[in-house]
Design a protein around this ligand. Structure first.
Ligand code: ZN
Length: 432
């Protein structure tokens, strides 16, 4: 049917086509995307290793892919189970309510958990968006290779039969559709069995690509549901913050509890003072040792403080004697409260060293910075802390984010300045 030259060409072409098939498969292997495993109560993303076929997609590799897809479906089901159960959180909190300090601490812990979950979900969304972009590119590449292969195969068949019996070529190439073409190929199976095998490989590859696409679409659905989960968690967070505000206020304004509330408040402030004083004692001791060993310690050069917030709406409670906003009695307020949105950056007012970056039931997440010469600043109620004890900070460094942790009924920064063991007006150091 063909001469020796044609036979060699056919062999070469076949080898080239095999190369194309191998390249197609490489693309398909990449199609195995990292999928998140959203199981149980945790929503941690976990890459699943997808079994990629070592040779042409086979019935087995396709079954494997189908199994993976059913696994993704299961993960999808598990997503909702991982959300914070607000009712459960509230029920547990109710048990703590007779002790406001413990109650606030528990509330803050729940808030922190939800915030962490939101951060986790956002991270998952980020990762998944990246995966989907990558997978889509791979899918496109696989489709392109599939087309190339089809073209190469058609050219191959044309070349093989063009020089043979014209009626065979007409029969095959005159077919109206690819399916019809195949039927005719089938008919000629004995002559063209190697081409049919190639076609079968091609068909399996196509099926595999289609399954990759199905997996990708499922990933997209999970992404959408993860977005929904973030919204639910954010709603839970807002609800919990609102509840905290309501509870602190109702606790303190309850007439029958008022005296207890004032007593408790004073005890809490005393405990807070105690904590600050201990920190200052440690600073003084360190300073003494430094001077003893090296003869020098940090000094404050008298410079003006940087305003400690990126933005704020108003002074919600000023420094000095004032009627306590919820207790209704005259109390000394040892700092300035700046009402500001949760997450707003808090800046170090001046160069110094972080003495404390911790949680306290009244101060919430707080930072204390020693500026030398007995001068320090304290930043309270943060939603996040970005420094640790011992860190050296410069004026204007972001050290925390505004929040409403601790004894706080709204998002704000409480900013205190201490000089030689006493509170002083922050306004003496601040410039607006
Ligand atoms: Zn305050």
């Amino acid at each position: 049917m063909y001469d020796a030259w044609m036979y060699r060409r056919r062999l070469m072409k076949k080898r080239r086509n095999c190369g194309a098939a191998r390249r197609l498969l490489c693309g398909l292997l990449l199609c195995g995307m990292a999928l998140p495993w959203l199981a149980g109560t945790g929503l941690q993303a976990q890459a699943t290793s997808q079994a990629a076929p070592k040779s042409a997609p086979t019935a087995e590799s396709i079954r494997e892919k189908e199994k993976e897809i059913s696994q993704i479906k299961e993960q999808k089901e598990g997503l909702k189970d991982g959300l914070s159960d607000l009712q459960e959180i509230k029920k547990n909190l109710e048990l703590q309510k007779d002790n406001l300090k413990n109650y606030v601490k528990e509330l803050d812990a729940s808030l922190e958990q939800i915030e962490a979950r939101i951060a986790d979900l956002l991270e998952q969304i980020d990762a998944k968006e990246g995966e989907i972009v990558e997978a889509q590119a791979q899918l496109e590449a696989a489709r392109k290779r599939e087309e190339d292969q089809q073209e190469a195969m058609t050219a191959h068949i044309r070349l093989t039969y063009e020089s043979g019996d014209p009626s065979v070529a007409d029969l095959l190439l005159g077919a109206g559709s690819l399916g019809e073409f195949l039927n005719r190929m089938d008919y000629m199976e004995k002559i063209v069995s190697s081409d049919v095998r190639m076609w079968e490989d091609y068909k399996a590859a196509k099926e595999y690509v289609a399954l990759c696409k199905e997996g990708l679409e499922l990933e997209k659905e999970i992404l959408d549901e993860t977005r929904e989960s973030v919204e639910i968690e954010q709603k839970n967070l807002e609800e919990l913050i609102e509840q905290k505000n309501r509870d602190i206020i109702s606790y303190e304004t309850d007439i029958s509890n008022k005296e207890n509330a004032i007593r408790e408040y004073e005890a809490e402030i005393k405990a807070q003072e105690e904590e600050i004083r201990m920190l200052e004692a440690a600073v003084a001791e360190e300073r003494r040792q430094l001077i003893e060993s090296s003869g020098s310690a940090m000094t404050y050069d008298g410079g003006v403080f940087k305003f400690p917030l990126a933005s704020y709406t108003r002074v919600s409670d000023d420094y000095g004697m004032r009627i306590h906003p919820t207790l209704g009695v005259e109390q000394f307020h040892n700092g300035v409260d700046f009402a500001s949105a949760t997450g707003t950056a808090i800046f170090a007012a001046y160069d110094g060293k972080v003495v404390a970056a911790a949680y306290n039931a009244t101060m919430g997440n707080y930072v204390m910075i020693d500026h030398g010469d007995g001068l320090s600043t304290i930043y309270m109620h943060a939603s996040a802390l970005y420094v640790s004890k011992g860190d050296v900070v410069a004026r204007g460094d972001t050290i925390a984010a505004v929040g409403s942790t601790g004894r706080s009924t709204g998002s704000h920064l409480h900013f205190s300045v201490r000089l030689n063991g006493s509170y002083v007006s922050p306004w003496a150091y601040l410039s607006l």
